[in-house]
Design a protein around this ligand. Structure first.
Ligand code: NAD
Length: 501
């Protein structure tokens, strides 16, 4: 149930240089609940002028924050983690209302933020460098990490807490300052995160949030000459723009973009186990995870059984407001996105695939005000169809039949994206062959395509990104600059590669 406090309209602001402020020109935008269309909050619709102030604040704060001892920076992250844990339920409920995912998943989203706070808090006491012997006598050498500068964090709406924290916490613990621009569909959760960071004692200007659109705020960040690092998650189309725009300034850019993830089910698989993994990966979060399973590559020997069982399970999925205990699938983020998902269903039908179930706007009267959509399953899909190649980002699964393990691997790898893959098999040789031959950044054996943890690298190959990885030690690499240091204590000139004796 939505309690009284949850039904109040929230008036939020930007946080710049340690102060909560309106947009300079006073414009606003609204955040709505996709389950019922209700107004949740009113927020500043910022302009490049607001970005300018935030970057100036971040530039000023960098002077002291970059020199503040890393273990102390880590201690602030521990406090942030503790506050997030204390407010987990409150934030999860807000997230369910703002983004639509069911409460249990919203709790998981906040938990990812908590995990990242504690993991990166610990990095305050690590951030290991390297020492290595010199070619010369009486010479010491090492490589140390330096902070880089101002980081622009630009995030999508599907993981309103996890994605920002996966970027902001490693950026901060390594001594950078941040200007954060969340998606316009989920700004209220982002503001809660920033409030917690303020309360935990983050000095002014170290983290700034500027709310507003990609065209205005995002673009102003991308154009700004003083920003050295961009950490972007969103669509491949927007990510490419960010990369192209920042290329002439040779900026460091991490892109986490689209996916077309697949589960492969072999003829020797445990089908009960596979069923659970497929339903969770394809329809959990209403299919709106970057790692959501949108292709099911199934061995023809088990295709019919799997189809029948899947259709029966999908038709029983309960749609509704994510705050209700009975709900299994929440709404799509907004009606525009629902139309885009439905367009793909029509494309699939036009391509000759068979719509085995779902694929229409939910008809129940109690769902009419929200952006609900009946989860869809296509069978008879061939690997080159658009519904087998393009990211749909909704509850639509395309089943592709294959005749062998080798063909399954080939089909799995034959898309422009390379984020997450999964294989169900009881054959250990096949499992290890899959580990060798699958070309995505994440692979699950006997589990669905979702379930990343904070301490392994996260990201994908091909057009899912540009080669960086978030989370784990790889995030520390991304947010630091290496400095090689040579200390010659011989008291004489020693010429490298020349004085060999
Ligand atoms: P989007 O690209 O429309 O927007 C993402 C963010 O970028 C938003 O904050 C938006 O305002 C901003 N933005 C848009 N255009 C911009 C521009 N030209 N310059 C600067 N900023 C700009 O994506 P979305 O619809 O919010 O999110 C869905 C997409 O995100 C899907 O494609 C999904 O696969 C992807 N995603 C990827 C991952 C991953 O880790 N690989 C994780 C989650 C989501």
């Amino acid at each position: 149930m939505v309690d009284k406090a949850e039904s109040e309209i929230i008036k939020a602001k930007n946080f710049i240089g340690g102060k909560w402020v309106e947009a300079k020109d006073g414009r606003t935008f609204e955040s709505q609940n996709p389950a019922n269309g209700k107004l949740l909050g009113v927020l500043p619709r910022s302009s490049p002028e607001d970005v300018e102030e935030a970057v100036a604040a971040a530039r000023k704060a960098f002077e002291s924050w970059s020199k503040y001892p890393a273990p102390r920076r880590g201690e602030i992250l521990f406090k942030i983690g503790a506050l997030l844990a204390e407010r987990k339920e409150k934030i999860a409920r807000l997230m369910t209302q703002e983004m639509g995912k069911v409460l249990v998943e919203a709790r998981g989203d906040v938990q990812e933020g908590i995990d990242m706070a504690f993991y990166m808090g610990g990095e305050g006491r690590r951030q290991f460098g390297v020492t290595t012997p010199s070619e010369m006598p009486n010479k010491f050498q090492m490589a140390v990490r330096d902070p880089i500068g101002i980081v622009a964090v630009i995030t999508p709406w599907n993981f309103p807490m996890a994605i920002p924290t996966w970027k902001i916490f490693p950026a901060l613990v390594t001594g950078n300052t941040v200007v954060f621009k969340p998606a316009t569909d989920t700004p209220l959760v982002a503001v809660e995160l920033v409030k917690i960071c303020e309360e935990a004692g983050l000095p002014e200007g170290v983290l700034n949030i500027v709310l507003g659109t990609g065209a205005e705020v995002g673009n102003a960040l991308v154009q700004h000459p003083d920003i050295q690092v961009y950490s972007f998650t969103g669509s491949t189309e927007s990510g490419k723009k960010v990369l192209i725009e920042t290329a002439s300034r040779l900026k460091r850019v991490s892109l986490e973009l689209g996916g077309k993830n697949a589960i492969m089910v072999m003829e020797d698989a445990d089908l009960d186990l596979a069923m659970d993994g497929i339903i969770w990966s394809a329809y959990g979060t209403t299919g709106q995870r970057c790692t959501a399973c949108s292709r099911l590559i199934v061995h023809k020997a088990v295709e019919q059984e799997l189809t029948e069982r899947l259709v029966a399970r999908i038709e029983k999925l309960r749609l509704g407001d994510g705050l209700l205990d009975t709900t299994e699938v929440g709404p799509i983020i907004n009606k525009t996105q629902r139309s885009s998902v439905h367009e793909y269903v029509k494309i699939g039908q036009g391509e000759g695939a068979k719509l085995a179930t779902g694929g229409y706007v939910a008809e129940e009267a109690e769902l009419a005000a929200g952006s609900f959509y009946r989860p869809a399953l296509f069978t008879g899909v061939t690997p080159n169809m658009r519904i087998a190649q393009e990211e749909i980002f909704g509850p639509v699964l395309s089943m592709i039949s294959v005749g062998s393990f080798e063909e399954a691997i080939k089909v799995n790898n034959s898309v422009r994206y390379g984020l997450s893959s999964s294989i169900y098999t009881r054959d250990v040789n096949r499992a290890f062959t899959a580990i060798r031959d699958i070309t995505s950044g994440i692979l699950y054996i006997n589990a669905g395509t979702i379930g990343a943890e904070t301490h392994l690298p996260f990201g994908g190959t091909r057009e899912t990104g540009n080669g960086h990885r978030e989370a784990a030690w790889t995030a520390i690499d991304f947010f630091t600059e290496w400095k090689a240091v040579y200390v010659d204590y011989s008291g004489k000139l020693q010429r490298a590669q020349i004085d060999m004796d």
